[in-house]
Design a binder for this molecule. Structure first.
Ligand code: DX5
Ligand code: ZN
Length: 221
């Protein structure tokens, strides 16, 4: 499978989000990464549930890739109108009822992904292979754009990919955090399938988004 882009909307021009979404949608980008934060699991608030819900009225092709950095993420699913085609990533570190949460996501026709933060060992994912469709590997500490990559991230990506391959399951691995021009190919070589492209690449100041998407797509294909 070729590498797929998931541009991080929280890094786009937040005063022109409908335009930003439409440009990406028309380019045929596969996913749009929508970060939701509760100011408790992470000390920040970004895109709110109303905006995440409203994206459904704009998107024609792109699938929503919703990354919920919040405790009790299930409380937000209705407000986001989670449904067919969505990826929904919830954090291992934020949930003590992952079986129920993943079943809830799947009951809505969406794909449950397990997100793991940098300090969480790759091995924890093994217990969830039967109930998830993918793993979101955080290569920065979650909560803010523009953070540096955490040392050991490439080893983490390699370890997750190895565990997925050994399981024999067709799970996807998504990488989120400091997916930069110079590191994205190394992340691809570690086995990443979906690349969250934010302030470290597509949304760097002064870049033309159309050219940046074409360049990034080529680098991770
Ligand atoms: C951070 C978010 C990411 C972030 C990625 O917690 O999950 O989506 O925006 O952007 P950069 O490239 O700035 O790390
Ligand atoms: Zn994210």
């Amino acid at each position: 499978m070729r590498g797929l882009l998931s541009p991080s909307l929280m890094c786009a021009d937040v005063l022109n989000l409908e335009h930003e979404l439409t440009v990406l949608d028309n380019l045929g980008v596969e996913y749009i990464h929508l970060d939701f934060m509760d100011n408790h699991f992470v000390p920040n608030i970004t895109l709110d549930t109303g905006l995440i819900k409203a994206t459904k009225t704009v998107l024609r092709h792109m699938r929503r890739d919703i990354h919920i950095m919040a405790f009790h993420p299930e409380q937000y699913f209705d407000r986001m109108e989670i449904g067919e085609g969505d990826i929904v990533s919830v954090h291992y570190e934020a949930c003590d009822n992952l079986e129920e949460v993943m079943a809830d996501i799947r009951s809505r026709g969406a794909s449950p992904f397990l997100a793991i933060s940098p300090d969480t060992d790759a091995d924890v994912i093994k217990d969830y292979f039967d109930i998830i469709d993918g793993v979101l590997v955080m290569t920065v500490y979650p909560g803010f754009a523009g953070r540096p990559i955490v040392p050991g991230s490439f080893e983490k990506l390699t370890a997750v990919r190895k565990l997925i391959d050994e399981s024999g399951r067709d799970l996807l691995m998504e990488v989120d955090g400091h997916v930069s021009w110079d590191l994205c190919q190394r992340m691809r070589a570690c086995g990443a399938d979906i690349f969250v492209a934010g302030s470290s690449s597509l949304y760097q100041k002064g870049l033309d988004i159309v050219e940046a998407v074409e360049k990034m797509s080529e680098l991770v294909k």
